[in-house]
Design a protein around this ligand. Structure first.
Ligand code: HEM
Length: 187
């Protein structure tokens, strides 16, 4: 029987292309290292890789990441720009917009880097910022249901504008929505 290997639990990060470039052993080790760095505080994951015992590597190696399925760099850029444009304009998001300070240039970049990595694209966030610890980073900001809903309203509009209605968009929206729930820190 073939030895059991840690697997990509559907994250898409163990892609065939990466497998060819680095070899399976290195790939698994790399994915496990990233998983350790990126999700160890219990944060709901997007496409960040998670090593687990189970399926053979080959069973998941052909899966594409959400990053690839939505259209890669350009798609994430468009999504993030649209998201903050909506945050700037939507009356119901005024409080959330206020929490961000006057200038959105830097957060547009940081959020772009985060979403790129979180959806399974290049690691643009963690080499600069370290472990996301997103919930912890949001603790200084009071986030209740209403603010979560306002934030999500901007995101849903941005997803509508830039990705339309595809399975990848629905999956991404579901993952982001779980993360938005996780960011709440006030009743
Ligand atoms: C649920 C409602 C949310 C609110 C009200 C909120 C609000 C904020 C605020 C005020 C900041 C600081 C911005 C700044 O430094 O100018 C921030 C940072 C950030 N938010 Fe959120 N956020 C929410 C949900 C989310 C979600 C769901 C994600 C991910 C999908 C996310 C990703 C980020 C990232 C990556 C940063 C930058 C963290 C860093 O400095 O490295 N946020 N958020």
């Amino acid at each position: 029987m073939a030895p059991r290997r840690p697997r990509d639990n559907g994250s898409g990060a163990m892609r065939a292309v990466a497998g060819r470039r680095h070899g399976a052993g290195q790939l698994v080790a790399g994915a496990l290292r990233r998983a350790e760095i990126l999700i160890s505080d219990g944060e709901p994951k997007g496409d960040f890789p998670v090593g687990q015992e189970g399926e053979r590597l080959s069973a998941t190696a052909e899966k594409l990441s959400i990053y690839e399925r939505i259209g890669g760099e350009k798609a994430v850029d468009r999504l993030v720009q649209a998201f903050y444009d909506h945050m700037d304009a939507l009356p119901q998001a005024a409080e959330v917009r206020e929490m961000h300070g006057p200038e959105l240039t830097e957060i547009r970049k940081v959020f772009r880097n985060y979403l790129t990595e979180w959806t399974g694209g290049p690691a643009l966030y963690s080499p600069v910022k370290g472990h996301p610890r997103l919930r912890q980073r949001h603790l200084p900001f009071a986030i209740d249901d209403a603010r979560r809903d306002a934030w999500m309203a901007c995101m849903i509009r941005a997803l509508d504008d830039t990705l339309g209605d595809t399975p990848a968009r629905r999956e991404l929206e579901g993952n982001i929505s779980k993360l938005a729930d996780w960011m709440r820190n006030r009743a």
